[in-house]
Ligand binder design. Sequence first.
Ligand code: ATP
Ligand SMILES: O=c1ccn([C@@H]2O[C@H](COP(=O)(O)O)[C@@H](O)[C@H]2O)c(=O)[nH]1
Ligand code: MG
Length: 235
Amino acid sequence: MWRRVASLSSSVSSSFLAQTASRLNTWESLTTGIAQQAKGVIAPKEKTPFITFVLGGPGSGKGTQCIKIVETFGFAHLSAGDLLRREIASKSADGAMILNTIKEGKIVPSQVTVKLIQKEMELSYNHKFLIDGFPRTEENRVSFERIIGVEPNVVLFFDCPEEEMVKRVLNRNEGRVDDNLETIKKRLTVFQALSLPVINYYSEKGKLYTIKAIGTEDEIFEQVRPIFAAFETVG
Ligand SMILES: Nc1ncnc2c1ncn2[C@@H]1O[C@H](COP(=O)(O)OP(=O)(O)OP(=O)(O)O)[C@@H](O)[C@H]1O
Ligand SMILES: O=c1ccn([C@@H]2O[C@H](COP(=O)(O)O)[C@@H](O)[C@H]2O)c(=O)[nH]1
Ligand SMILES: [Mg+2]
């Protein structure tokens, strides 16, 4: 819903609309949206999306802090890992491939993950998104920018020592197929090799906010809170 109506504005030119729709690859749904808006079926929503990528190693506390950000600042929380696990549970065509990839601690092809994120964004009435655990690789990042057509406003990096991450994951007890020592080691290697370059990229772009992810959940949230509070006052 966000995507279908976000670009609608009677004051923008048709060429701008065409460019925007083409970039987002949503011409069909956009024109449907215009027709529906004309009929008064849906209200115009002109807010531009506000996107936060939430990055950090396995067990660094991304999901835990996302819950607090949602409660305090009203974001929609899209966990890439949860979307992939939902595909496995629903026995979709990609389910078996995703399961094997997660068991190996490897990264699911970008196209699969970006499509799942795109679908959730389209369905959301919110315009503020927390995208948790994505992008994991430079290829993920480029793919998101190409398919969704927007860049993040904020990138959070939960910086946590490896031994603390391992301890947390082994104590998590949620029955995840990748919460075992063998897979955790692989995930940490993948994080160092493929995800840190993404974090460095956003650091160079001035979009990175590094959180020291050690201490109680509340103490860590007190580092996160001012980041979003500052954006709220800006409007
Ligand atoms: N500050 C903290 N101190 C101790 N334990 C924590 C803290 N934050 C989260 N945890 C616990 O650590 C575990 C991992 O946290 P969480 O699931 O939020 O991490 P994550 O970064 O989302 O991990 P993954 O990438 O594997 O999904 C959970 O059991 C959670 O309750
Ligand atoms: O963008 C993504 C996100 C996740 N994966 C795979 O899922 C697991 C678990 O992800 P969590 O964020 O820790 O829940 C991860 O190790 C990857 O195997 C992915 O491929 N791409
Ligand atoms: Mg998580």
